[in-house]
Ligand binder design. Structure first.
Ligand code: SF4
Length: 341
């Protein structure tokens, strides 16, 4: 469905600048943006996937992953086709790269924003997560859904690669309550060669969204030999600590997929090493994903060190939350940072 992509600007030379993400595409009539879902039609930028969901699921919020955000609740999760990145290890490449790999064909089932919110409520979800592919590329659809969702008492989450412009974050801030942002590496070369993107805008987006008061969690997929040196892990940890030591950092394991069939899966020892580096840099909340070890998936009170949220089984399967509705530790009353109600 074609819809005006209003987060855009007409330039003096007749071209159109898309203002949604830091790819900053400048487009002429008929041209598609890097994401493959925004195109200039009749002198106007259009969002081609407005109202077209390619993936819809009810997921535990822990799967996003969001560990300090309404634990043990369900998130109605939504994605479209397209992406502004082209990560060689993308686990959702069938939808994210679909338009670019199918001669700019668009796919998806029709769902109005109102219908998405109704489905979320019917399914007992407390939030809507814009996820699976990069949500900023379908900004106008997310914006309209999020606004209705807020009015109905639901929260909204962006699961993102962090390429939002400041203007986009300004517009999202009243409606988006949480973001899980990937920091995929601390090397611009990695971003360029493996993801078709850049590092700096991601770091800027983390700082800006955090300063706006949006609850932030960070995820890093550690790939053996690509981004898992002590030095690089420490750089990411230092950056996060410099923004806020209470930002949770999720460390997850790579497994060969899509265009990256080597190296082999990340060993647990690498994830544990990164976890310890994060601790050394003063981060309060560290988590290891994709491994079966509840010690590294649970939340500990930064003050008394007792386990206050226990997570075990498949992600989101068994969650025991000891915190009260304000996020206070039952043992020492420390207020853990997060969105708890
Ligand atoms: S959202 Fe798409 S069209 Fe807009 S700047 Fe990003 S890649 Fe380009």
């Amino acid at each position: 469905m074609s819809h005006k992509a209003w987060l855009s600007k007409e330039l003096k030379n007749g071209k159109i600048l898309c203002e949604a993400c830091s790819q900053a595409c400048v487009l002429v009539e008929g041209e598609y943006g890097i994401c493959g879902v925004r195109q200039v039609e009749n002198g106007e930028l259009k969002l081609l996937v407005y109202g077209l969901a390619a993936a819809l699921n009810v997921d535990p919020i822990e799967k996003k992953p969001m560990f300090h955000f309404l634990p043990k609740t369900k998130a109605f999760s939504l994605g479209t086709v397209g992406c502004n990145f082209s990560c060689k290890f993308c686990q959702n490449h069938d939808i994210s790269q679909y338009p670019k790999e199918h001669d700019y064909e668009i796919a998806g089932r029709k769902f109005t924003p109102e219908h998405i919110v109704e489905l979320a409520i019917e399914n007992g979800c407390d939030s809507i997560a814009y996820t699976y592919n990069e949500p900023i590329i379908f900004f106008e659809y997310t914006y309209d859904i999020a606004k209705i969702a807020h009015a109905k008492g639901l929260k909204n989450i962006y699961v993102t690669s962090g390429f939002e412009t400041h203007k986009a974050i300004d517009l999202l801030e009243p409606f988006i309550d949480g973001m899980n942002i990937d920091i995929k590496s601390f090397s611009n070369e990695f971003y360029k060669e493996i993801c078709g993107a850049r590092l700096k805008p991601v770091l800027e987006a983390v700082k800006y969204a955090h300063a706006k008061g949006i609850w932030i969690e960070i995820t890093t997929l550690l790939i053996p030999g690509k981004n898992d040196s002590d030095e690089e892990i420490r750089s990411i940890a230092k950056f996060i600590a410099g923004v806020d030591k209470s930002i949770p950092w999720h460390l997850s394991a790579f497994h060969p997929t899509y265009k990256m069939l080597e190296p082999s899966r990340t060993p647990e020892s690498t994830l544990v090493r990164a976890y310890k580096i994060g601790q050394e840099e003063g981060l309060k909340y560290l988590y290891i994903g994709n491994v079966d070890n509840e010690d590294y998936e649970s939340t500990y009170c930064p003050s008394c060190k007792k386990r206050v949220i226990d997570r075990s089984g498949n992600i989101g399967q068994f969650v025991t939350n000891e915190l009260d509705e304000n996020g206070s530790c039952p043992f020492c009353s420390y207020n853990l940072e997060g969105v708890w109600r």
